[in-house]
Design a protein around this ligand. Structure first.
Ligand code: ADP
Ligand code: ADP
Ligand code: ZN
Length: 829
């Protein structure tokens, strides 16, 4: 089978399409935003792949998972096991780091366990093993008359009843054990909860320090070391001493635990810093408000929202002192993880190990090095292994998962990717493309939803969906190589690839008369830089991935502006791609306020007056007019435990969300459900005589959202759609006496050339009416339209954070050291 055969796909807006997608190739699916690319790639192909995989599981497993609905498609043949790598699945687990998700941390733990050199956590000297004699000498240093107990650890924090262990000890003639800290008699019945973790120490002997105990102590010590696997606890009234036949500092009398990979795990009680449980941070819970924040942190971790203190015990390194005192080449594991991927590579390349260690470490080092290289290949050499997954951008975490996949060396897999070029500067794009081709050459099929021209041109096969969005899209317009698409008559993608259409460089830049200055910025990697941002102009912040753009804009400029609004500015707003609502209850009508006007209109009809219905009757958010079976949702939510919830259409109202009485009321022949199912463009005609409604709908049309239905749940919007809804809302608001400042981070995410063209028009309209817009962006079509550019770099991470160039695009194009300048030079007239 050399292709994936799809027949009769009708998911969302797809118009019964049939297509063959070549296998073992790099296939790009493109088209304007909302044309149906994700509906084909994710909701049809990937969804069916997932469903077949789950179908293949045992019926036992399936009863817990349930089976997702079959996508609306007649036939799909030639599918392989499918893996989706998209940007939406962010990892909020505070314990997840770049190191753990790439598995590099697992190999580091192994490396440190096998060839790490232990040091005393107290005095820092290398530790040696202690012989029985040395332990004996230490114990005999106890004060005269001290009572002490020799204990041998036999079960260390393990689940089970441990009946066999207890029986064995009893049979060997012992009488007492310490179970979970409590002394128990072996003669009595000791029943332990099977599902809980327990620790059992054997009481070997009880003694009092005085002359003449030496030979009895030596015997007992030998027994204790035998039962305790080389470890013995000496418990007095005031302290517990630990001795080990291995790894102990004789001077300080400190024994280290066994150096196993678990010792370096901040997810295991064996390795985690006990003060912060391995989080590296602590939360002061003396106040209820902090308690609440702590709960929020555990459930949905967002570092930026939280007052956290670095853990005083481990200083954020997450591990016990014993773990941090183990070194490889003079570095402990936390220090290795704090370095950038690039520096790590360097460290391992120059690491000198002697004889046996070199041999032992060879295989592990190979695994570590190849994974570090994969991270460099996807343009992430500036990240550190200790960086928390939750603080990564969508593009960064997507590329990490991509790097992890190459590492796993699977073949025969169908990968479905969502715009992997997001967040990547032109400069890093080639490396990403090489990575994708590498994955293909291993024998995998890649289906990539993408708008980036370089990626489109690099594809073996391009599927162009369109021609428009929503009901105007959903067809396969053209398929083939970039040249074939460029020749296709009806293809918007072809129009831009061939140059029949293009985004023009503005003929003049806006003059600048007022600058805001942000002095001495020095967060994350920013090197104390001072930047100027012009008011009433379009400013672009550029630079390679990791150069410090988000840090400058989101952590310096935005908070500064919020704190002190410049004269003549009424507000500063971040317009991001976050969803505008997470429930099926919000939609563009509710978000923009159009819904209120529509409800009032319905309440004023004769039908409503006769029945005594007020405006609230026409809302699905309150009781009265809505369908109570689904609570006005139109769908019922079926929780799936550890899978995403499944929504099914309400069988009482058939998805209309209102009860039959409400639906009897009509305005111009349409009931409220009919109105909510109108696309913006239809509604624009329908409400042409109602200025308040028309005005808002007109702007939604202008930003290219004419195809969205008024009642379409906001949780089905793509990030790009959500962002344009927010832009439209801002544009429709009348401008008061003072202007606004808008900040946007990569607004071209999810946008086709033609969408980008529309977006630039909208942004220019904002600036034309007096507003200020600041944008972080890699897309050259947007960059070339700037009035002013702030270019950061030169590289990512530590080697970035400097102001490389600033000024008009023409100014920046003259700066040789600027990658943005180099790219601009090629496209400016
Ligand atoms: P693209 O990936 O090309 O941007 P999508 O496949 O996401 O487009 O969307 C195609 C059309 O289907 C759009 O009109 C979109 O609003 C609609 N759509 C997407 N997801 C859903 C959904 N879960 N329910 C209803 N309509 C949807
Ligand atoms: P860009 O937006 O240009 O891609 P960023 O501002 O996100 O760059 O990152 C600049 C540098 O700061 C990078 O080295 C990045 O790893 C680091 N960094 C960014 N955010 C954080 C954070 N929350 N914690 C630690 N380091 C961070
Ligand atoms: Zn700690």
């Amino acid at each position: 089978m050399d292709s994936i055969k799809i027949r009769g796909a009708r998911v969302h807006n797809l118009k019964n399409i049939s297509i063959d997608i070549p296998r073992d190739k790099l296939v790009v699916v493109t088209g304007v935003s909302g044309s149906g690319k994700s509906s084909l790639a994710f909701d049809t192909i990937y969804a069916e792949g997932q469903r077949r995989y789950m179908e293949s599981l045992s019926s036992y497993a399936r009863q817990f998972l349930g089976l997702p609905d079959k996508p609306d498609v007649e036939l799909i043949e030639g599918l392989s096991p499918a893996i989706a790598i998209n940007q939406k699945t962010t990892n909020n687990n505070p314990r997840s780091t770049v190191g753990t998700v790439t598995e590099i941390y697992d190999y580091l733990r192994l490396l440190f366990a096998r060839v790490g050199k232990a040091h005393c956590p107290k005095c820092g000297k290398p530790v040696r093993s202690m012989s029985l004699d040395q332990i004996l000498t230490q114990i005999l240093k106890l004060d005269e008359g001290t009572r002490f107990t020799l204990l041998a650890p036999v079960v260390n924090h393990r689940k089970g009843t441990h009946k066999d262990v207890l029986d064995r000890l009893s049979a060997a003639g012992f009488v007492r054990v310490k179970v979970d800290g409590v002394i128990r008699d072996l003669g009595e019945k000791i029943s332990l909860a099977k599902t809980k973790k327990h620790s059992i120490d054997l009481v070997v002997d009880r003694l009092i320090k005085r002359d003449g105990i030496r030979s009895r102590l030596a015997d007992s010590l030998e027994t204790a070391l035998k039962f305790g696997n080389g470890i013995v606890f000496v418990e007095t009234d005031s302290e517990t001493l630990t001795f080990s036949e291995r790894n102990a500092c004789v001077d300080c009398g400190i024994s280290l635990p066994d150096i196993t990979p678990q010792l370096f795990s901040f997810n295991s009680p064996k390795g985690a810093c006990p003060t912060c449980s391995g989080l590296g941070k602590i939360f002061d819970v003396r106040e209820w408000s902090t308690m609440y924040e702590w709960m929020a942190a555990v459930h949905d971790f967002k570092t930026t929202d939280l007052p956290e203190d670095v853990c005083p015990a481990c200083h954020g390194h997450r591990l016990k002192p014993e773990a941090l005192s183990v070194r490889v080449g003079d570095m402990n594991i936390a220090e290795v993880c704090a370095m950038s991927v690039d520096a790590c590579k360097n460290f391992f390349a120059t690491l000198a190990l002697d004889g046996a260690d070199k041999k032992i470490a060879a295989q592990v080092l190979k695994e570590i090095n190849s994974r570090l290289n994969f991270l460099c290949d996807v343009g992430l050499d500036y990240l550190s292994l200790s960086r928390k997954s939750a603080t990564l951008s969508g593009g960064e975490s997507q590329r990490i998962r991509l790097a992890t996949q190459i590492g796993s060396a699977l073949t025969g897999v169908l990968y479905v990717l969502d715009e992997p070029s997001i967040g990547l500067h032109q400069h890093d794009n080639q490396k990403l493309l090489a990575t994708l081709k590498n994955l293909r050459d291993l024998g995998n099929t890649l289906i990539v939803v993408e708008h980036d021209e370089e990626t489109i041109r690099a594809a073996d096969n391009i599927v162009d969906i369109g021609r428009g969005a929503g009901k105007f899209g959903g067809s396969v317009i053209a398929q083939g190589t970039a040249d074939a698409i460029a020749r296709a008559k009806n293809s918007l993608t072809g129009d831009y690839l061939s140059g029949r259409k293009k985004i023009l460089v503005p003929s003049t830049r806006r003059p600048i008369d007022r600058m805001l200055t942000f002095a001495d910025a020095c967060k994350n990697n920013l090197k104390n830089i001072t930047v100027n941002v012009p008011l009433n102009a379009l400013t672009l912040v550029t630079g390679v991935s990791g150069s410090g753009k988000s840090t400058l804009v989101e952590e310096i400029i935005f908070p500064h502006l919020q704190e002190t609004l410049p004269d003549g500015v009424s507000k500063v707003t971040m317009i991001d791609q976050d969803p505008i609502g997470r429930t099926p209850r919000s939609n563009i009508a509710t978000y923009t306020g159009v819904a209120d006007h529509i409800r009032k209109l319905f309440a004023e009809t004769n039908g409503a007056k006769v029945r005594g219905y007020k405006a609230g009757r026409f809302s699905f958010n309150v009781k009265g007019g809505r369908c109570e079976s689904c609570g006005g949702n139109g769908v019922l939510r079926i929780p799936m435990n550890f899978l995403p919830d499944v929504f099914v259409t309400c069988d009482v109202c058939g998805g209309k969300r209102f009860n039959a009485e409400t639906l009897e009321v009509t305005y111009k022949g349409a009931n409220i459900a009919d109105v909510l199912s109108m696309p913006v463009d239809d509604a624009l005609e329908f409400f042409a005589n109602v200025p308040t409604i028309r005005r808002m709908l007109q702007v939604l049309h202008d930003v290219g959202l004419g195809y969205i239905e008024l009642g379409q749940s906001a949780n089905t919007f793509s990030g790009g759609e959500a962002q344009r809804v927010k832009l439209a809302y801002e544009l429709a608001r009348p401008l008061g006496r003072a202007a606004n400042i808008y900040i946007m981070d990569e607004p071209t995410t999810g946008l086709h050339f033609d969408d980008v063209s529309k977006l630039i028009d909208v942004i220019q309209r904002l600036v034309d009416r007096g507003d200020t817009v600041i944008i972080i962006e890699h897309n050259l079509d947007v960059i070339k339209c700037a009035d002013y550019i702030i270019d950061l770099g030169p590289e990512g991470g530590d080697r970035g954070g400097q102001l490389v160039a600033c000024g008009t695009p023409e100014d920046v194009a003259r700066v040789d050291t600027s990658y943005t300048g180099q790219a601009l030079r090629k496209i400016l007239p």
